[in-house]
Design a protein around this ligand. Structure first.
Ligand code: MN
Length: 719
């Protein structure tokens, strides 16, 4: 069992300025918090955080990391809150403890190998600070060392998680010994028989292997010394899991594995590495194609070394690694070694080819102080995704900044199309809510729901954008087809169709093509009539906006239900004018069609009214109040002062259809002071002033509800 003074001694040894008092206080605090708790082994719970702190001290981590190691289970497992920790140990420690707690809450739910990478990234994103991850790894290491006391199902779950998530993370951080120990421990629980078998064979061979190791160590050490190099030769056994993997991968038996023993030569500097390589190669024949120069070309996690295989005495093949002390320290402790081991050799290797940790080393290079470096290591910088769960616990990786609809479309296109809302972590949320790591999202759907144009504002992923655009294109095509079909039927009669000659002349592949192009207005009606030698159709039946293919003319703003005429605008479908519109009367030609225009459920249409009233206070309030009461919303309102005692109000309103408008007009005529209400069909004359007046309108309406509230009430009463 670890003791706190062992931990503090280790910390003091590598950092004389460390806050030992803080560590001691954290120890006492943890001891009190866990006072009555025991581990599955029966030991006092405190042994666990103490062991974790000890592991962290061995990694030469800073005092705050050690304190976090001591406190890491208090928030999760005791009555202690983050606030308690913040008030006693400061914000930095509280954030670190919070980070460790959050990683602990991630549940590894997938057995799919490819999902494991997403889980690993999610842990990185959640950890945010490199120290959080290192504390979590130390925590996991001690739990794995004491795993034997847990029931079977827990052991296999935790071992699986260790193998899939934590060992690979330790590997990425370049902490060699930790990767190996985690792998071997997980291996022993996941494949107990293979593990027993392999460790038995190792034991059988251990004596002869050790003799070989000692003999070769001596031979190589002497050869290197003779060249005048300061070098240290170490032989070591390969770790179990890497042997097991090699046997599996290459279908080998234990006896076929030649590199059970590997040698490592630690030298003074980089030139000595290559010099030593020459010495070894002149001593033993190298195996062709086995030399690797990881000094010139480091591994993605920053690892540097020279690797070679040689054919030793008795045709015994051996692997030899040659590296400097700094490279060795990095190979063993990975990034943890970076801020501890200041060495010229490391600085000289600035150009190393980091990939995954490229940004990390840049931060390192820019900082003189280890502590500053630690604070700058934001692990979420490496992760461009956000990781969220479906209701069933499936993990989804989305780009950062993704919104609920992106998630819905990631689950399935149809889930996206029919999405009516979402619940995030059990709370209903709107479409603008940014998704956060670990969110659990439930998508609510309704088959009646379909995408709206405004959805394009609430998505970030190309997948969702494409799906929504595709939906609109399909809808638009359906609408074009329907309108084009109507036109063809009106022009040719119910039983006939245009012949092949007409299709060819209009460059249409088939009837569908013709109908779509007619519906969109890509083929003007007059061209069809000319080719087919027909006269203009009488009447079309249309509904609503037909996916944007039908639009109301802005001069007269007709409503569904009005007597309307339509004509094609090239590529934009049909523009509908009121029959009494001046523009329609002027431009009317043979190709204008009369249209039976029906409203579409739930949609509103803009139109305009002219209201002549007596000029008196509170009139505006009375008129707008009456309109609101009748379910019309005002888009714009202009006031024209007339001579004498009269005022004309010109309003832009939204109503459901002609029937709704008629009801509204009747209601307005009953308002005291209103003299005349009529449709306004010459909007173009007023268009210039529209924007200016729109701005004034909202101010006016606001004043109405405060200053003139009394009048308004009274007049409403009168009406
Ligand atoms: Mn723990």
């Amino acid at each position: 069992m670890s003791r706190i003074f062992e931990v503090t001694d280790k910390v003091r040894a590598h950092d004389p300025h460390a806050d030992i008092d803080l560590i001691n206080r954290a120890y006492v605090f943890a001891a009190n918090a866990h006072a009555n708790q025991k581990r599955s082994s029966g030991e006092p719970y405190l042994t666990h955080p103490l062991a974790v702190a000890n592991i962290l001290a061995s990694l030469h981590l800073d005092d705050k990391s050690i304190v976090t190691g001591l406190l890491h289970d208090t928030v999760e497992d005791t009555a202690v809150t983050l606030k308690d920790i913040e008030s006693r140990f400061g914000t930095e420690v509280a954030n670190l403890v919070d980070g460790v707690t959050k990683i602990g809450q991630i549940r590894f739910t997938s057995s799919e190998h490819k999902q494991a990478e997403n889980f690993r990234k999610m842990i990185l994103a959640t950890a945010k600070d490199l120290r959080v991850l290192l504390v979590k790894l130390a925590d996991r290491l001690h739990n794995m060392r004491t795993l034997g006391f847990l029931p079977d199902h827990k052991r296999s779950y935790i071992s699986q998680e260790t193998m899939e998530l934590y060992a690979p993370l330790a590997h990425r951080l370049g902490i060699h010994w930790l990767t190996q120990e985690l792998e071997d421990l997980a291996f022993s629980h996941l494949e107990p028989e293979a593990y027993r078998d392999l460790s038995g064979k190792m034991a059988d061979h251990i004596d002869s292997l050790n003799r070989t190791r000692e003999r070769l160590e001596a031979i190589m050490q002497e050869a290197v010394n003779r060249q005048g190099c300061q070098a240290q030769v170490q032989g070591r056994m390969k770790h179990m899991y890497s042997l097991f993997q090699k046997m599996q991968r290459k279908h080998l038996d234990f006896d076929d594995i030649y590199d059970l023993v590997a040698f490592r030569i630690i030298v003074e500097d980089t030139p000595a590495c290559y010099q030593t390589l020459g010495v070894i190669h002149s001593l033993y024949r190298p195996v062709p194609g086995r030399f690797k120069d990881y000094i010139a070309l480091p591994k993605p996690n920053g690892y540097q070394s020279l690797h070679t295989s040689i054919i030793g005495p008795d045709n015994f093949r051996l692997e030899v690694q040659i590296r400097t002390e700094a490279m060795h320290r990095y190979a063993e402790d990975g990034v943890a070694a970076h801020w501890l081991y200041k060495n010229d050799d490391l600085d000289a290797s600035d150009q190393r080819n980091f990939q995954w940790l490229k940004q990390l080393t840049e931060l390192l290079r820019d900082s003189d102080q280890p502590i500053e470096f630690l604070e700058n290591v934001r692990l979420d910088l490496f992760v461009k995704e956000v990781y969220v769960f479906s209701r069933d616990g499936d993990l989804f990786a989305l780009p950062r900044g993704a919104l609920p609809l992106d998630f819905a479309y990631a689950v399935h296109t149809d889930i996206g199309h029919h999405c009516t809302g979402v619940r995030i972590n059990g709370q209903s949320a709107d479409f603008q809510t940014r998704l956060r790591n670990g969110d659990q999202i439930e998508v609510l759907t309704n088959p009646e729901q379909t995408p709206g144009r405004q959805w394009l504002q609430h998505i970030r992923t190309p997948r969702a954008r494409q799906a929504i655009r595709q939906w609109f294109r399909r809808e638009e095509r359906d609408a074009s087809l329907r309108i084009g079909g109507e036109i063809v039927q009106e022009v040719f009669g119910r039983r006939k169709e245009p012949g092949k000659a007409v299709l060819a002349a209009l460059q249409c592949a088939d009837m569908d093509d013709l109908m779509v192009k007619l519906g969109r207005g890509e083929i003007p009606l007059e061209r069809l009539l000319a080719e087919a030698k027909r006269s203009s159709p009488r009447r079309l039946n249309l509904q609503g906006t037909e996916q944007g293919l039908i639009s109301a003319a802005t001069c007269c703003l007709p409503l569904p239900g009005d007597a309307v005429l339509g004509h094609f605008e090239y590529g934009q479908g049909i523009t509908v004018h009121h029959q009494e519109c001046a523009a329609a009367a002027e431009e009317q030609a043979a190709t204008w069609m009369s249209i039976d225009w029906k409203p579409e459920k739930g949609k509103l249409y803009g139109t305009s009214l002219e209201i002549k009233t007596k000029n008196r206070q509170g009139m505006l309030a009375a008129v707008s109040g009456a309109m609101a009461e009748l379910g019309a919303s005002i888009d714009d309102l202009r006031i024209h002062q007339l001579a004498g005692d009269m005022t004309t109000l010109v309003v832009l309103i939204e109503v459901r259809d002609r029937v709704h408008l008629a009801k509204l007009m009747r209601g307005l005529r009953k308002v005291d002071g209103v003299i005349k209400v009529s449709r306004n069909m010459q909007l173009r004359q007023h268009e210039g002033a529209a924007q200016r007046i729109k701005r004034r309108l909202s101010a006016m309406l606001n004043r109405k509800s405060t200053e003139q509230g009394e009048h308004s009430d009274k007049e409403k009463h009168d009406a």
